[in-house]
Design a protein around this ligand. Structure first.
Ligand code: HEC
Ligand code: HEC
Length: 383
């Protein structure tokens, strides 16, 4: 089950062995002098690129599939107009965002494009979690009229004509061809992981006994980290190596446009998806994530997936609707928590933080320390 406080509870329980974090945990002062409990939390945030297995994708880890998926990710031929590829909205030079509030493909979409670095471990994809695997997710943008405006038939014909050898090697023929193509794209996406950032080097140094953390974080960033772990309680949702619990929360964002019920709709959709775990194309797996999924769960209302904070300083604007133009705007929101949620109720862990200017500067410096270069294997293949 992945909803609000249940997920937090699950995390506290499952993390007991490695990261005993009391809910009211406050780092010791002065900043930079970390207690044993703090150090355990820091260790749990360090980048770890080991992914859970991908049981419904038979092409996962296949080097040929990764190479084909990489070519397809950057191939505008997947759209009938020949103008839109995955990389139109997930640009490597922008850490796989597009810099726009709402994405534009063939038309204008209703949501902001999240990064794809660090989403590989998520049990549910999209802001509302309406896909339960990376490969099932890829069908969304391909067939969405405002994104690539394509069809499975067009994609299969294009891929078979353009990459005949890869298709033969990977069994991209007959009825299952389209799903195999999606699985090759996902095999590539599984390699688009975040790289080690200054924050990770800081953690390594602290854990090795250097109170200065090797000088990898400024004093300001260390102060921000203390707020992140302590009084800000950011780590309640942004935790683990990707700084996300992969769960869904209602922050009570203002919704000036059409009402978006988020996870309530996403949970109902994933249960009906023909591409879901246990469906015709992915039978045989355990599907634990779907077994207890209940779209009527109260806390799903207007809840959206916690995004990763890795490389976040490079992926403005922010939130599922792209409504916050920079990190300062995000911090102003957490500081004030303005207005009432349009649906459901605001996550109970959230309280207006009344952040000082110094705390904001520290948090921004800390978030900037999560920036690392894009891995070369994620860039477009040589022509
Ligand atoms: C027109 C812009 C656009 C194109 C083209 C596009 N995407 Fe996206 N992508 C988005 C938007 C917007 C979202 C969020 C949509 C939502 O949650 O409802 C998204 C979400 C995702 C996610 C989910 C990330 C997460 O955190 O859950 C993945 C993965 C992804 N896209 C991969 C792809 C792949 C692969 C392709 C090509 C087959 C692609 N995208 C094409 C705009 C685009
Ligand atoms: C209750 C869980 C929760 C807590 C606590 C929380 N966040 Fe978030 N955060 C989220 C969710 C969920 C979103 C996405 C919301 C949306 O788009 O509707 C988000 C979005 C963000 C974003 C935008 C990222 C992007 O790519 O759009 C940033 C930055 C961020 N949070 C930083 C923080 C900081 C700093 C704190 C502590 C002051 C914090 N968060 C506390 C759940 C949480």
């Amino acid at each position: 089950m992945r909803g609000g406080r249940l997920a937090l509870w699950g995390w506290l329980v499952s993390a007991c062995g490695t990261a005993p974090v009391p809910a009211e945990h406050t780092p010791s002062s002065p900043p930079g002098t970390w207690s044993e409990a703090d150090r355990a939390v820091l260790a749990s945030l360090r980048l770890d690129t080991q992914l859970p297995p991908s049981p419904t994708n038979p092409l996962d880890g296949d080097p040929g599939a990764v190479a084909l998926g990489r070519a397809l990710f950057y191939d505008a031929g997947l759209s009938p107009s020949g103008t839109v590829s995955c990389a139109t909205c997930h640009q490597p030079e922008r850490h796989f965002g597009d810099g726009l509030p709402l994405s534009e493909g063939v038309g204008r979409t209703a949501r902001h494009a999240p990064t794809i670095e660090g989403v590989q471990a998520a049990p549910f994809l999209f802001w509302d979690g309406r896909a339960d695997s990376l490969w099932a997710q890829a069908d969304g943008p391909i067939t969405h009229p405002d994104e690539m405006g394509s069809t499975p038939e067009h994609v299969v014909a294009h891929v078979q004509a353009t990459y005949p050898q890869a298709c033969e090697a990977l069994g991209i023929t007959g009825e299952g061809a389209y799903v195999r193509i999606l699985q090759a794209i996902a095999a590539f996406e599984r390699t688009v992981l975040p790289a080690e950032a200054p924050f990770d080097r800081y953690v390594d140094a602290v854990l090795a006994g250097d109170p200065q953390g090797g000088g990898h974080l400024s004093a300001e960033a260390v102060e921000g980290l203390a707020v992140f772990l302590g009084r800000g309680q950011c780590v309640a949702c942004h935790h683990g190596p990707m700084l996300t619990d992969h769960a869904f929360h209602n922050l009570g964002l203002p919704q000036p446009g059409a009402m978006d019920l988020g996870r309530t709709v996403g949970a109902a959709k994933v249960l009906k998806s023909p591409l879901r775990c246990g469906g015709a194309h992915a039978s045989g797996a355990a599907c634990d994530e779907l077994r207890f999924l209940d779209p009527t769960f109260q806390d799903f209302q207007a809840a959206f997936k916690t995004p990763t904070l890795r490389n976040v300083a490079e992926t403005a604007p922010y939130m599922h609707d792209g409504s916050m133009r920079d990190l300062q705007a995000v911090l102003t929101f957490y500081s004030d928590l303005p207005g009432e949620p349009v649906a459901g109720h605001r996550e109970l862990t959230l309280v207006p933080l009344q952040l000082t200017l110094q705390e904001r500067a520290g948090l921004v410096a800390f978030l900037e320390s999560l920036t690392a270069p894009v891995r070369p294997e994620a860039l477009p293949p040589a022509p």
